[in-house]
Structures are given as C-alpha cells and as structure tokens.
Design a protein around this ligand. Sequence first.
Ligand code: 5GP
Ligand code: ZN
Length: 139
Amino acid sequence: MSDCIFCKIIAGEIPSSKVYEDDKVLAFLDISQTTQGHTLVIPKEHVRNVLEMSDQTAATVFARLPKLARAVKVATGAKGLNIVNNNEEIAGQTVFHAHIHIIPRYNDQDEIAITFTEHEPDFDALGRLAQDIAKEVEA
Ligand code: 5GP
Ligand code: ZN
C-alpha cells in the first residue's frame, strides 16, 4: 500500500533496524524503544490488523514469535517480555499495517503499564456472553 509506512519499510524506501526477514515476515526495532530492544513483527502482506488477517497469514506471522522472543530476550538480557498487539484506534493502534510488539522487561519500573482491572463476575452474564462469542466463532 503506497502510503503505508510499514510497507515502505518492507520495500526499503524507509530505513529500519532489521532483526529478521523471510519472504513473508519482517521484524525490526520499534523507533520508540519503549524499552531497549522493543521489536515489531509484521507480515509483508499489507493487512490492517488481526481483525482482517487470514488464518494463513496469522499462522505464518505468529509462528515466528517464539524464536524472535527468545532472541530478543537473550540479546538484551531482559528478564521477560510482553507481547502486545493493538487493533484499531481505541486499542492504541496508530499504524494500520498489522504488527506485534515484543517489549523486553527489565524491572517493575519499566515505562509500560499493562494492567487488568478485576470485576466481580456475574456468572449468568458470563455464560450468555460466552455463548454469543461462540456463535460468532462458528459464523
Ligand atoms: P501501534 O501504536 O500502532 O500499536 O504501534 C505502532 C508502532 O510503530 C509504535 O510503537 C511506533 O513507535 C512505531 N513506528 C512508527 N513509525 C515507525 C517508523 O518509521 N519506524 C519504526 N521502526 N517504527 C515506527
Ligand atoms: Zn502496509
């Protein structure tokens, strides 16, 4: 896609610090370096996000994650890492070419906050919601 910044990186029109490349997938350092070694993994196929991804593209891109995550962890000396994927603006997506963040973690004070607030569950409501989602999975 001509006005997509990640397609331009794939085409070599914009420089990037590449860490992995094959015919379907590219991984390169995120320019923001939220923590040292923050890496993006992208399909070479221009697809907006996971919501528009085929099973085949997902299988190819997500299959690279264990190898890349291990490599980032070993090379940086991080103690762990978060793997994050934002879909649509409300979820923090700012570049609309699908990408997965690998964010190394060094200590509790890393400038990244991924927190989940717990709510008291209404088990009947959970059951109905699970059924609604299950129906959509089959649709
Ligand atoms: P999002 O917010 O869409 O999940 O993540 C987009 C990421 O792309 C951001 O973390 C941002 O720093 C990164 N990014 C945006 N433009 C460029 C660029 O030109 N080069 C690199 N390497 N990363 C970029
Ligand atoms: Zn693109």
